[in-house]
Design a protein around this ligand. Structure first.
Ligand SMILES: C[S@@+](CC[C@H](N)C(=O)[O-])C[C@H]1O[C@@H](n2cnc3c(N)ncnc32)[C@H](O)[C@@H]1O
Length: 436
């Protein structure tokens, strides 16, 4: 384990076992407060499907692409209720920000002959590079397109896949799972959302392992079995539990119904696995398609998934306009105001996804953390960035907080963390537990 992680950490960090929390990430040198501890690319990641109109980004590194004009156009074209997190109150609030300019009117302006967004040249974005296989995936550069292709996309691209129909069926199955649940709607929603995410992730992970296995057995001549074990290594390291055992029991499920809830989830995984087998299963990869492995892949996401967030250049653009000197601002807003008004709250919506990060997922929780995930202005892609929140000395373990409410009481914090499936063993909890 330490050897595998040492290839990823470099000299400043180390992954090693802890007494009570499994493995953890440790500082191998001092870090100053506010210093960047880690910048890490995801092993795999995906933009949430409901976010695709809010942010047009590279399918590999999540950088915004095209132009500010294209980004605004996509936001305006998005159907009103496309978000999975649709809240009526938010929509009402959004309406207050609109002053009678409809999306259609704003789009007509944007697409009008000779329209050019004032000061758009101060916010240049990389040109859109289309997938060479002919599907709808887009990238910010040829290099990202090639990396995605070799990493997983050559097995999944609609334009070239021999199993296109099966992949579509698998995806549709995930999309329709909310009908399968007979329990309360909140439960259905939570599991539905996880399963959709897991569709994207499991196919990406499995395609990635298959392609890497093929490459390893071609280049080094090792047996398929050994190559498969080597390709699986990054995921073998991730903390895993079977999904149907790891998932927290939702509040609205009667504890007496727990066994039935877990067995429904297991059946769901089983059914989705048979779709996945039809789409990607090749005999030499049979071990990847067992229910135990599939359940633990989904369980690993459940335990280790991290948000992928990229700030919006559209928000920065409108902030820039707002800060122009008064005469220029007035002149510019003659053109941009209708767009701003039609966008409403959407002007600030940003890129959202989830990802699996080899090192970030080794960071344990503390209710008095010494680090946090933080994006600086220059962090314009989906990489995770961890910074120190105080001076950290060589040898200390790096901790972030998994919850936002670190000031709550011991009992309240433990209750929140039980949703993550563990009892917190951090120094603050240890102190407070012994005081009470
Ligand atoms: C994202 S993983 C962190 C890495 C993990 N320790 C490992 O071995 O892979 C989260 C898991 O680490 C353990 N963990 C993290 N913080 C903890 C804490 N404060 N107290 C006890 N266990 C903790 C729990 O098992 C939790 O489910």
């Amino acid at each position: 384990m330490e050897e595998y992680y040492s290839q990823l950490t470099g000299a400043a960090l180390r992954v090693k076992s802890t007494a009570t929390m499994g493995k953890g990430l440790f500082a191998e040198r001092d870090f100053d407060a506010e210093e960047v501890i880690l910048i890490e690319e995801p092993l795999f990641a995906a933009q949430h499907s409901h976010n695709k109109n809010d942010a047009v980004v590279c399918g590999f590194c999540f950088r915004y692409v095209g132009s500010i004009q294209l980004q605004i156009q996509r936001k305006l074209e998005a159907p009103e209720t496309q978000s999975c997190c649709y809240h009526e109150e938010e929509d009402e609030e959004e309406d207050h920000h609109r002053h009678g300019v409809s999306s259609e009117e704003a789009l007509a302006l944007l697409k009008g002959d000779g329209f050019s967004l004032p000061h758009g040249d101060k916010f240049l974005l990389p040109e859109v590079v289309k997938c060479s296989g002919g599907c709808s995936e887009i990238y910010c550069s040829k290099s990202c397109a090639q990396r995605a292709w070799h990493d997983h996309h050559s097995l999944l691209c609609d334009g070239v896949s021999q199993h296109r129909d099966e992949l579509v069926l698998f995806k549709e199955f995930a999309d329709e799972t909310n009908d399968i649940f007979h329990l309360a709607s909140k439960v259905a929603f939570a599991c539905f959302f996880v399963l959709r995410l897991c569709f994207t992730f499991s196919v990406q992970l499995i395609a990635k392992v298959m392609l890497r296995t093929k490459k390893l057995s071609e280049s080094s001549g090792v047996t398929d079995r050994n190559a498969l074990l080597e390709a699986w290594k990054p995921f073998a390291m991730g903390e895993k539990r079977l999904w149907w055992e790891a998932v927290a029991l939702p509040d609205d499920v009667d504890p007496l119904e727990e066994a039935s809830f877990r067995s429904q989830i297991k059946e769901l995984a089983e059914a989705s696995l048979s779709q996945l087998k039809a789409a990607l299963g090749e005999p030499e990869f049979a071990p990847l398609f067992s229910l135990e492995i599939y359940g633990s892949i989904i369980g690993m996401f459940e335990l280790n998934n991290l948000d992928v967030v990229v700030a919006s250049p559209v928000e920065n653009y409108f902030l820039y306009i707002q800060d122009l000197e008064p005469a220029l601002k007035e002149q510019t807003e003659q053109i941009t105001r209708p767009l701003f008004e039609a966008l409403g709250e959407k002007y600030a919506s940003f890129c959202q996804g989830s990802g699996f990060f080899a090192l970030h997922s080794c960071i344990n929780h503390s209710c008095e953390p010494n680090a946090k995930a933080f994006k600086r202005d220059e962090d314009i892609n989906g990489n995770a960035v961890i910074i120190a929140t105080r001076k950290i000395m060589k040898g200390e373990q790096i901790f972030t907080s998994y919850i936002e409410e670190e000031d709550l009481s011991y009992t309240e914090r433990q209750a929140m963390l039980s949703d993550y499936g563990f009892a917190c063993e951090c120094t603050k909890c240890f102190r407070e537990k012994n005081q009470s």
